[in-house]
Write a protein that binds this ligand. Structure first.
Ligand SMILES: NC(=O)c1ccc[n+]([C@@H]2O[C@H](COP(=O)([O-])OP(=O)(O)OC[C@H]3O[C@@H](n4cnc5c(N)ncnc54)[C@H](O)[C@@H]3O)[C@@H](O)[C@H]2O)c1
Ligand SMILES: O=C(O)C(=O)C[C@]1(C(=O)O)C=C[C@@H](O)C=C1
Length: 290
């Protein structure tokens, strides 16, 4: 793809993920015009002020047909409605992708609402983010050196998949492929469960009478375990519900692990505790983010 080969991209949800996509493609010189749709005027005005979008979208009828690419970067529960809104106006050459953290639900929403245009949608998930939300958190470098998982549909042409891969690569990402089901199983274990646990720990402390005292002494261990508990409640509500089958399985395994540790503590079983900590320390100590 040459410089500014994308004439127009439309982004639904100009927050951390959508805004970073816009900034990255702009920095790569790959797009002429970026149009944003959002839920609140304040957010869109901020995205304009920060130079993330060139214009606020007028209507689907006005913006969708001549777009080269549309990115859905809203919380995942919003995506079905957006697919339905854009479907009637989708031009034959417009590609669609998304940044949602879950894939089976988003793919089901695409099948339910895009009809025979579903082949134009190549689902994706950037494995990069932060606990911060909104346009002001967007960064041109967010995807540099990070993975993006695409979960192609049987209806996607090779050309559509190659183009969507290229857009994410222009953002600096390394693209890999999984099926939607594989994706949701993997991220239930290494992203969705850790967020649930982090929210749970902070919630537990937040409800206590002495929470201010506890928080005043909390230090880097607490900080590292709970950074992600400051993440968007709406986004994580949607992710947990969308992937609740896989997440419940992971939660069950984790509860068994806690039971094991509970028993070891009750019995003051030093060997059992140390064995769990030894395996964990070795695996986490040698883990490198790829
Ligand atoms: N935050 C992360 O770490 C991360 C990482 C990878 C993927 N994701 C996924 O990316 C998506 C966006 O997350 P984010 O972190 O950018 O959230 P965000 O809150 O920063 O941005 C989401 C934006 O969508 C807008 N929005 C909500 N409903 C809308 C609607 N119906 N129409 C148009 N705009 C709407 C909001 O106003 C907001 O500006 C989510 O699906 C999330 O699961 C997030
Ligand atoms: O860095 C963070 O704050 C994140 O939580 C990023 C993170 C994750 O690693 O779990 C969160 C959700 C995504 O869908 C992808 C990435």
């Amino acid at each position: 793809m040459g410089v500014a080969e994308l004439n127009k991209i439309v982004i639904y949800g100009v927050g951390l993920i959508g805004g970073s996509f816009a900034l990255a493609l702009r920095q790569a010189g790959a797009v002429r015009e970026i149009v944003g749709f959002g839920r609140s005027k304040t957010t869109l005005d901020e995205a304009m002020r920060l130079g993330i979008v060139d214009r606020i979208g007028e209507s689907e009828a006005a913006e969708v047909a001549d777009a080269d690419l549309i990115l859905l970067a809203t919380p995942v529960a919003q995506m079905a409605t957006i697919f339905a809104r854009i479907a009637p106006y989708l031009g034959a050459n417009t590609l669609l992708t998304d940044g949602g953290s879950t894939k089976s639900d988003v793919v089901a929403a695409a099948y339910a609402n895009l009809g025979d245009k579903v082949g134009q949608f190549v689902p994706a998930h950037p494995i990069a983010g932060a606990e911060k939300s909104g346009a002001s958190a967007a960064l041109a470098e967010l995807y540099q050196g990070k993975k993006v998982v695409v979960t192609p549909l049987p209806e996607n042409s090779d050309a559509a998949i190659a183009s969507v891969r290229l857009f994410w690569e222009l953002c600096g990402a390394a693209v890999c492929e999984l099926t939607p089901a594989q994706h949701d199983e993997v991220f239930a274990a290494v992203s969705h469960l850790p967020h649930l646990l982090s929210f749970a720990l902070v919630h537990d402390i937040a409800q206590r009478d002495n929470r201010d005292l506890l928080l005043s002494f909390a230090a880097s261990g607490f900080r590292d375990f709970t950074r992600i508990a400051a993440s968007s409640p709406e986004m994580w509500r949607d992710i947990c519900l969308a992937n609740r089958g896989a997440l419940l399985s992971e939660l069950g395994l984790y509860q068994r692990e806690l039971e094991h540790l509970h028993q070891a503590l009750t019995e003051a079983d030093a060997a059992k505790l140390e064995e769990v900590f030894r395996v964990s320390s070795q695996v986490r100590g040698s883990w490198k983010q790829q």
